[in-house]
Write a protein that binds this ligand. Structure first.
Ligand code: ADP
Ligand code: MG
Ligand code: ZN
Length: 644
């Protein structure tokens, strides 16, 4: 239906006009109006109570009254505050006002009334009535006060309404998982590997399930458990699993969520969180990434942060305030235990520390199996092989590997994930996606091929370098090409000889470019950064430099360990210069070794580079054939013999 425009217009405009004013202001004015209304109401009541309201009796002035008293017309005067109720001889009643400071008799005398005339009048002073009297005296003080309180109340309601949450920002933001929540439930079965960690945590589960058993023998239960481990090793997952196993409420919050714009909010969040958790006991409070609030106080970049310190102090206070039989356990996770404030690690706080390592080969296979549960696999899938090829992968990496594998299969419209998908997924997770659109020019391709061949030769020839697993000049992520290595076994310790060979391998690309093309590209920049950092660590951390001797000049993962002293990275200029000289010496030696190696295998270099330009990728079998054809024996493959 079509409305005539003149009907529509005014209505529309009117509405627009009103709508233009933001809702909050409209509401504010509304409540302000209500406030004023109440104010006037109060004033009316006030004036009524204090008796400003006139009766219908006639009023006479003091001088008139004096005359009437002198003439004997007045029989009685009743004094009620300042009001005089007059009774006349003829029975009429009138009203007058007396001077506030003077007694009525004084006033009459001042008006020249004779003493005898006054004594003929019955004067009665009335006691002021209780309520009225008090209201009358106190109202001047209280009314403004009431008015101010009313305004504040309205304003605060206004602010809250406007969504500023000025009065609620202290409440904790923790996410809660209740034990009844079957969907989100995680148990130890969902966590593969990490056997020691699980064993430690089993004790906590036991306590939460059956606290009486422990309390009866006077055992003190740990209040705080700190999970430490590299990112993605399953710290968060384990904490959830403890709650799931014990069947208790799980409060989870991240350290960074405590730190807000307003100072003091973090502390009040902590207070709130602990209060709620105690009500829900037995419960677990999980503070993820606790290093965000728990860094050493008073040190570090940017000086102290009041907010962080307050939050940390509040956490410590709450933990100290636990009753011995409180069934609340605080768990925290960090991948930077080295920067934590020592106060956090004191007995009675996070005194239980559980380290979670990167998974070894067997654990990796277990983790892969867990994430393989819901995926349809082709027969050729061998998770053991995948586990072999993924040293250094965390649980989270393996999870995304499985996922990438499934995505690859789906993209190629297959209903089952094959081994080939998983193998490709390894590289994708390790190096980022292939950049097929990133086409190299003929010259770039040649340079990259020689560069990668250089790496491959050095690592095939030097004794302690890892054997080559694959070479490619298809660019991935930031790399133009890459050489994949496969360590012969999972290693926990690394030696100086291995480091020196690693550095030589890293410089293999650089050396080859210079040798072949008489020029250096930006290609080796990452190689240089990585190897220089390694050389520096050898000198300053591991005591692997003969000239510097067995000293650690820097702590693990940065500067500060516990307070000041050795290991805080504050050494003299002289030492700094020595370090630089040592690093340079190590790098130069590495470069010379790489150069010698490549020069003696020049024919091999050409063969690999040529093949790479042709096919872009060389897998291990083919690579080893090229090695043998050029008189180099491939490395012994110990326990990876049976693979592929
Ligand atoms: P962190 O908190 O240590 O950084 P998470 O607990 O968030 O790591 O792990 C991320 C994901 O990786 C988990 O959700 C899980 O899918 C997977 N994962 C990590 N470790 C394991 C493990 N040991 N077993 C099974 N899955 C794991
Ligand atoms: Mg985590
Ligand atoms: Zn390189």
């Amino acid at each position: 239906m079509q409305f005539p425009s003149q009907f529509k217009k005014p209505v529309k405009n009117q509405k627009k006009g009103r709508d233009k004013r933001p809702a909050s202001i409209t509401r504010f004015l509304g409540s302000f109006g209500t406030g004023l209304l109440i104010f006037f109401l109060l004033i009316t009541v006030y004036s009524f109570v204090t008796g400003n309201g006139k009766d219908d009796k006639p009023t006479v002035s003091l001088s008139e009254l004096s005359g009437d008293v002198s003439s004997g017309a007045v029989t009685a005067i009743e004094v009620d505050g300042d009001t005089l109720n007059l009774t006349y001889r003829d029975g009429t009643e009138k009203i007058s006002k007396k001077e506030t400071d003077n007694a009525i008799t004084t006033s009459l005398v001042n008006y020249g009334v004779k003493a005898e005339a006054i004594s003929a009048v019955k004067i009665l002073v009335k006691e002021p009535s209780g309520v009225a009297y008090w209201l009358f005296n106190l109202a001047p003080f209280f009314l403004p006060l009431i008015f101010i309180i009313a305004i504040i109340w309205f304003l605060s309601r206004q602010v809250r309404g406007a969504g500023m949450q000025a009065f609620t920002f202290g409440q904790s933001k923790a996410r809660i998982t209740m034990p009844e929540d079957k969907k989100q439930k995680v148990t130890f079965k969902d966590v593969a590997g990490a056997k020691e960690a699980k064993q430690e945590l089993m004790e906590i589960v036991d306590f939460l399930k059956n606290p009486k058993k422990f309390l009866d023998v006077g055992a003190v239960i740990p209040k705080g458990i700190l999970l430490m481990g590299a990112p993605g090793t399953g710290k968060t997952l384990l904490a959830r699993a403890v709650a799931g196993e014990a069947g208790v409420a799980f409060f989870s919050i991240s350290g960074s969520e405590f730190v807000e714009m307003f100072v003091g909010v973090g502390a009040s969040r902590v207070r709130d969180l602990f209060k709620v958790a105690k009500q829900a006991a037995p419960a677990i409070i999980f503070v993820d990434e606790i290093d965000a609030v728990g860094r050493s106080r008073g040190v570090g970049v940017g000086g102290g942060n009041d907010e962080r310190e307050q939050t940390l102090n509040q956490i410590l206070t709450e933990m100290d305030g636990f009753e011995p039989n409180e069934k609340v356990i605080v768990m925290a996770a960090t991948n930077r235990p080295d920067v934590l404030d020592p106060a956090l690690l004191r007995p009675g706080r996070f005194d239980r520390r559980v380290t979670i390592d990167l998974p070894d080969r067997a654990d990796r296979e277990e983790i892969l199996k867990i994430h393989a549960r819901k995926k349809p696999f082709a027969e050729d899938v061998n998770l053991l092989v995948v586990a072999e090829r993924t040293p250094g992968f965390s649980g989270a990496d393996l999870y995304s590997l499985m996922n990438e594998g499934a995505i690859l299969a789906a993209r190629e419209s297959r209903t089952k994930v094959s081994q080939y998908d998983l193998i490709r997924a390894i590289e994708k997770v390790m190096l980022g996606p292939e950049r097929k659109s990133h086409i190299l020019s003929q010259q770039e391709k040649k340079i990259t091929a020689y560069h990668e061949a250089g790496h491959a030769i050095v690592s095939s020839v030097l004794d302690y370098a890892d054997p080559v697993h694959k070479i490619s000049i298809i660019s991935r992520g930031r790399a133009a090409g890459y050489v994949l290595h496969l360590p012969l076994e999972d290693r926990k310790l690394q030696s100086k000889k291995e480091f020196l060979d690693d550095i030589a391998v890293s410089l293999g690309g650089y050396v080859t470019e210079r040798m072949m093309f008489g020029d250096i590209t930006t290609g080796p920049s990452n190689d240089l950064q990585v190897s220089t950092a390694l050389a520096r660590d050898m000198v300053t951390k591991y005591g692997m430099s003969d000239n510097m001797g067995p000293v650690a000049l820097e702590g693990e993962g940065g500067r500060v360990l516990f307070g000041r002293g050795v290991g805080d990275g504050e050494y003299s200029e002289m030492i700094a210069a020595q370090i630089d000289a040592e690093v340079k010496a190590i790098m130069t030696t590495g470069m010379n070794r790489a150069e010698t190696t490549i020069k003696t295998h020049k024919k091999l270099l050409d063969a690999i580079a040529t093949r790479l330009i042709e096919t872009e990728t060389i897998e291990r079998e083919e690579f080893e054939q090229i090695l043998i054809a050029n008189g180099v024996t491939p490395k012994k493959k110990k326990d990876i013999e049976h693979l592929v």
